[in-house]
Design a binder for this molecule. Structure first.
Ligand SMILES: Nc1nc2c(ncn2[C@@H]2O[C@H](COP(=O)(O)OP(=O)(O)OP(=O)(O)O)[C@@H](O)[C@H]2O)c(=O)[nH]1
Ligand SMILES: [Mg+2]
Length: 274
């Protein structure tokens, strides 16, 4: 059984006007952070707490992040730095995207940054009340992410509206669910079953014509999904191989949308492990 965390630290990030402070105020049931149609209303970080389903959520609202090229003054630069420093300290990052705007390269960069820092990440499309064909919008957005963002398995995606109270509780429940996955312990026998399945199916991508096999996998941290994968090669594995293995591992153990630490170990004497 995973350990139950009772405090979850959240950070809200996103472009100006994406609805960060509206969500923050709604969740904390106060009007601490200024909201409105003017871009860049929030000029500092706000932190507050609220309770949901026996959990205490500590939530941080931040000033809107703009592209580096658009930043003109030192104050904004300092605010951005501060925001990214909070990122290091939280468990969960909510990247807010206005549903009526497109995903941009800056959004992908922020997602990559949060992935690199091993956070639980939610890409949250806001103002969903303004979308007419919600079903199609959802489908197209998920397809777009699958096709254009190679790390899509590392993030969760949700569509909310604070004005219509749409999917907010669902979002909070999902945050709890994913946070509870983190202190994970996968029994050795299940890891063995997984490696045997991979070996049997033998779909490993070839590297210079050679099929690299993962012979065994060891969990190295019980508080965080960290694993060492021992390979039958003394060569560095390709990104293609890493992606293949990571996807198989996530799918098998149902670890979609949570950070994962996989270290691929080369074998000094690859011929010893058959
Ligand atoms: N229709 C609709 N509008 C929303 C929703 N949430 C926020 N808005 C509006 O979007 C505008 C921007 O909201 P804010 O919460 O101030 O956005 P922000 O991301 O905090 O903006 P900055 O602080 O400038 O970065 C406001 O006019 C809100 O009323 C929503 O669920 N539906
Ligand atoms: Mg704001």
């Amino acid at each position: 059984m995973p350990l139950k965390l009772n405090k979850i630290n959240l950070l809200i990030l996103g472009k100006p006007n994406s609805g960060k402070s509206t969500l923050f105020n709604f969740l904390c049931k106060n009007e601490l952070s200024p909201t409105g149609d003017e871009y860049g209303l929030t000029k500092k970080n706000y932190s507050s707490e609220f309770e949901f389903d026996n959990y205490i959520f500590v939530i941080n609202d931040t000033p809107g992040l703009r592209r580096k090229s658009k930043i003109s003054d030192k104050d904004e630069e300092a605010r951005n730095k501060k925001t990214l420093s909070i990122l290091r300290k939280v468990d969960v990052v909510l990247l807010l995207i206005d549903s009526i705007e497109n995903l941009t390269r800056q959004d992908f960069r922020l997602l990559d940054n949060a992935i690199h820092k091993k956070k639980i990440i939610f890409t949250v499309f806001t103002k969903f009340d303004l979308v007419d064909d919600k079903k199609n919008y959802r489908k197209n957005t998920l397809n777009y992410l699958n096709n254009n963002f190679s790390n899509h398995n590392e993030i969760n995606v949700e569509f909310i509206s604070v004005h219509s109270r749409l999917n907010i509780n669902k979002l909070l429940k999902l945050i709890i669910e994913k946070t509870n996955l983190l202190p994970i312990r996968i029994p050795k026998k299940d890891i063995k079953k997984f490696t045997n399945k991979l070996l049997k199916e033998n779909r490993f991508p070839k590297q210079k014509g050679v099929s690299i096999k993962s012979k065994y996998v060891v969990q190295t941290d019980l508080a965080f999904p960290s694993f060492k994968i021992f390979l039958n090669t003394n060569k560095k594995v390709s990104q293609n191989y890493v992606n293949f293995f990571t996807k198989e591992f996530r799918d098998y153990f149902n670890l979609i949308g949570v950070p994962l630490n996989l270290t691929f170990m080369r074998s000094k004497n690859p011929f010893q492990i058959k």
